[in-house]
Design a protein around this ligand. Structure first.
Ligand code: FAD
Ligand code: MLT
Ligand code: ZN
Length: 456
């Protein structure tokens, strides 16, 4: 092992091969605290050439590798649970260009969303993907997980923002698709294939992504409603009134109470409604008047509402503090399940979830919130005993399957959901995925234990 570590040090420099337990601690534990692994070494290459040399060495040595960006993933995919080498992309941090006319950004995989956003804003354009983990999550990470977030309703998911990619295959070869073209149908869409591959097909080193125009006349409303159906009606009416819907986020009374307690905030509205929806709209100078008119005309759905101008950080705080507050309030690491259903099924799914949890899992608290217009609900289960985690996941995943939904809407499969992949994909589908893995990573070293496990 020492000679392997020496060879890694020859490639990246000794100070970028980390083995000290105190130093690697932050790389081997996930954001929720549930996944706690161990590693042979954390290696931090500075450029594509070094990534290539590291992977070629690991392939030859048969050493498994876990690529890691900001380590904000919520499904255990970035954690070396079996001693794998962690390939950290944090030094791939160059922003190469922002083109405000072509509306593209080219950057290293280790650049964070916040840095990409700030660079875009300097040129009067906007980065189209946004998540509450923006200060740490990297471009490589959001592509590898095909992250969703709060702007999917407006801009689509990360895959739809991806124009080009540079990625290193497990044998060290560099795959480059890098054209600033909207239309380019020569063969398979490999950038799209790598989006959502969760570090199992290649290590992404550089990305070329679309940018969008910044919204104008932004207004945010926090709206109390009696049901999920009513929240969706409000969203529908806003869009029909000609407003651009920039975000639509559902919260429950218990989630807001938890956030208020944890963040020491006052409740945002006086009505004691079971659900709230935060909507952000933009588009025209009369956006505020239109928004107020729609809310006024929707009195059969709207129990109470408050409207703010501009980015409205105050109102967003209630939504964006959910993840942290849930983590802090649970006596054990929360079971974080990220599901989607057709819009018409959300209400029934949530009702059956509540009934089933009360009946089968007394003492487990559920806090549900999410990107409601995408049909995406984050089911967070608090205070679950360690031996309840799998049965809870199994219960929720079967319920969501009964409602024609997905067991992973945006966080990916990772380790957390791998045992349930057969609920979402057929045997043939899984077989095709395994064949693709085998073709791109014949040595089987890239994140071998996640997604559909490799053929034995
Ligand atoms: P990591 O966590 O480091 O890695 C995630 C996966 O991608 C792993 O499987 C890893 O092996 C792989 N990977 C990372 N970098 C590369 C690379 N360069 N090449 C190949 N594989 C790679 N997710 C959403 O989708 N929507 C949300 O709204 C959202 N909100 C969040 C809010 C909070 C507060 C937190 C903590 C997380 C949230 N997430 C959300 C989850 C997470 O931020 C995303 O999954 C994000 O895309 C992970 O990026 P990362 O750089 O941290 O990747
Ligand atoms: C969110 O939308 O806030 C997230 O995806 C994170 C979470 O599920 O906690
Ligand atoms: Zn989310």
């Amino acid at each position: 092992m020492q000679s392997f570590l020496d060879e890694l040090a020859d490639i990246v420099g000794a100070s970028h091969v980390l083995t000290d337990p105190g130093v690697v601690a932050g790389y081997v534990t996930d954001w929720t605290g549930h996944w706690q692994g161990h590693t042979t070494a954390v290696v931090r290459p500075a450029d594509t050439g070094q990534v290539s040399a590291v992977l070629a060495l690991c392939s030859r040595a048969g050493v498994a590798v876990v690529p890691q960006g900001g380590n904000t993933g919520l499904v255990g995919g970035s954690i070396p649970m079996d001693g794998e080498v962690v390939l950290s992309t944090t030094r791939l941090s160059v922003i190469e260009h922002v083109d405000p006319i072509g509306r593209t950004i080219a950057a290293g995989a280790g650049v964070t969303i916040a840095r990409a956003r700030d660079a875009a804003r300097e040129h009067g354009v906007e980065f189209g993907v946004d998540l509450a983990s923006r200060e740490s999550a990297t471009l490589g990470g959001i592509v590898a997980t095909n992250a969703g977030g709060i702007r999917v309703i407006k801009n689509g998911d990360t895959r739809s923002q991806l124009l080009g990619i540079e990625a290193v295959l497990s044998d060290g070869r560099v795959l480059t698709r890098w054209k600033e073209l909207t239309k380019d149908n020569v063969g398979y869409g490999l950038p799209g294939l790598l989006a959502g591959s969760e570090g199992t097909l290649a290590v992404i080193t550089r990305v070329l992504m679309r940018l969008v125009l910044p919204p104008s006349a932004t207004r945010v409303a926090f709206v109390a409603v009696g049901s999920v159906g009513d929240a969706l009606m409000v969203v529908d009416r806003l869009e029909r009134a000609g407003l651009t819907l920039d975000a639509a986020e559902l919260m429950t009374r218990s989630g807001i109470d938890l956030v208020c307690q944890h963040q020491q905030l006052r409740r945002p509205l006086s009505a004691d409604a079971p659900f709230c929806v935060l909507v952000e709209v933009s588009g025209r100078e009369d956006a505020e008047t239109t928004l107020l008119e729609v809310l006024d005309d929707s009195h059969e759905f709207v129990l109470d509402a408050v409207v703010e101008e501009g980015p409205a950080h105050r109102l967003w705080q209630y939504r964006e503090s959910h993840t942290e507050s849930v983590g802090a309030a649970s006596s054990t690491p929360p079971v974080k399940l990220d599901i989607s259903t057709p819009l018409r099924d959300i209400e029934a799914f949530l009702n059956e979830l509540t009934t089933g949890l009360d009946r089968r899992f007394p003492g487990v608290r559920a806090i549900c919130f999410g990107h409601v217009a995408d049909g995406n609900i984050h089911v967070n289960l608090l205070d679950a005993a360690p031996d309840q985690r799998d049965t809870l996941s199994d219960f929720v995943f079967h319920l969501v399957t009964d409602h024609n939904g997905s067991i992973s809407a945006e966080h990916g499969v990772g380790r957390a959901k791998a045992p349930w992949m057969t609920l979402g994909r057929s045997a043939v589908d899984l077989d095709v995925m395994r064949s693709i893995r085998a073709a791109l990573d014949p040595a089987g070293i890239l994140n071998p234990h996640i997604l559909p496990a490799r053929r034995p």
